[in-house]
Design a binder for this molecule. Structure first.
Ligand code: F6P
Length: 366
């Protein structure tokens, strides 16, 4: 089937580079004579049109995507609530029933004569997109997440920007930690993967890096701080991934509400309390959190996003469906959703970045 019209959406947590992907895919599509529509806030623009004065689906023209390559966020809006495959509907007794609204979304695509979807998102978004593929509707995915934890690509866009910012923060914390002879804990996002903590921690020359892939012993981290003390280094920097866990405990979770995935938080605070107790040194915590998702994309992320966006359109034009564009050996390729969806790519324990950290004397607390 030849494509005349596509829809684009962005789902999950935002990441620097989303707007660059949108602009690239819209221009590549318009250049082929296709029409482009943007769905607001994941699929909410279709599922809850009453919330949107513009109807929830907007035509994406050249003018609408002008000057957005360098902007953080997404002009379409995004959400990590209200998964259409498990859409929570409140019952009269206050309980929730989950319903699958995939067919409703497809009906809307057909009603608007939309021939294909370009879904920009992480694992959750690709799993949703796969439901359309299973129903015969063409979809190509673009891998997004600052966490860099997706299968099928060496790197996701947004990761480099998050790591660059985290590294800059660690640099800034060094001077104040040294001046005040303190231990500074820097907690970073990443969910169940330690990519951001590892890369920023090594680049920022942290003394300890705690990642979910390597459960830590708090005594070993405290020992590192004490050893440094004895060699005249009266400060330490410890980077803690939000999903880090002690070898005798679990990850730190703030909570979970209806229609959302669990919220991680408190990992840095937990480490700080124990380090202060064990070493007697003043220990402060900085949680970088959502700051890592904001700001302008780095050059690497912009270029990657522009490459991913146009490659996704080329893939649709070539009749591909049920695939995600990804990076392998610096080249773009298409990977089937089945190789990607529902999987998480953690840091390999013997990766050279881990070995680099160990050779530099950085401890993982193992
Ligand atoms: O997946 C990206 C991410 O930034 C995670 O690192 C983090 O745990 C999560 O999103 C936070 O999501 P929210 O903004 O919904 O709290």
């Amino acid at each position: 089937m030849s494509i005349q019209s596509i829809a684009i959406n962005t789902g999950g947590g935002d990441a620097p580079g989303l707007n660059a992907v949108i602009r690239a895919s819209v221009l590549a599509a318009l250049n082929r004579g296709w029409k482009c529509y943007g769905i607001r806030d994941g699929y909410h623009g279709i599922l809850m049109p009453e919330l949107y004065p513009d109807g929830g689906i907007i035509p994406l023209t050249k003018d609408r995507v002008r000057g957005i390559t360098h902007l953080g966020g997404t002009i379409l809006g995004t959400t990590n609530r209200g998964n259409p495959l498990h859409y929570p509907v409140e019952q009269s007794d206050g309980s929730y029933l989950e319903i699958n609204r995939a067919d409703e979304l497809l009906d809307k695509f057909h009603e608007l004569n939309i021939d294909a979807l370009l879904a920009i998102g992480g694992d959750g978004s690709l799993t949703i997109a796969n439901a359309f593929v299973e129903r015969g509707f063409p979809v190509v995915g673009v891998p997004k997440t600052i966490d860099n934890d997706l299968f099928g690509t060496e790197v996701t866009f947004g990761f480099d920007s998050a790591v660059s910012f985290a590294t800059e923060c660690i640099d800034r914390l060094h001077s104040t930690a040294e001046s005040h002879h303190r231990v500074m804990i820097v907690e970073v996002m990443g969910r169940y993967a330690g990519w951001i903590a590892l890369h920023a921690g090594v680049a920022g020359t942290a003394d300890a890096i705690l990642i979910p892939e390597i459960p830590y012993s708090i005594e070993k981290i405290a020992q590192k701080v004490t050893d440094r003390e004895q060699t005249g280094r009266h400060f330490s920097i410890i980077v803690v991934a939000e999903g880090a866990k002690p070898n005798d405990g679990d990850i730190s979770i703030i909570g979970k509400s209806v229609g959302q995935s669990e919220r991680l938080g408190g990992a840095g605070e937990r480490v700080a309390k124990q380090i202060e107790q064990l070493t007697g040194k003043e220990t402060r915590v900085v949680v970088l959190g959502h700051l890592l998702r904001g700001g302008t994309p780095t050059t690497f992320d912009r270029l990657l996003s522009l490459r991913f966006g146009t490659a996704a359109v080329r893939a649709l034009a070539a009749g591909e469906t049920g695939v995600m564009v990804g990076l392998e050996s610096s080249e773009i390729r298409c990977v089937p959703f089945s190789d990607v969806a529902g999987k998480m790519r953690g840091v390999p324990l013997h990766s050279d970045t881990i070995l680099t950290a160990r050779d530099l004397g950085i401890t993982f607390g193992d």
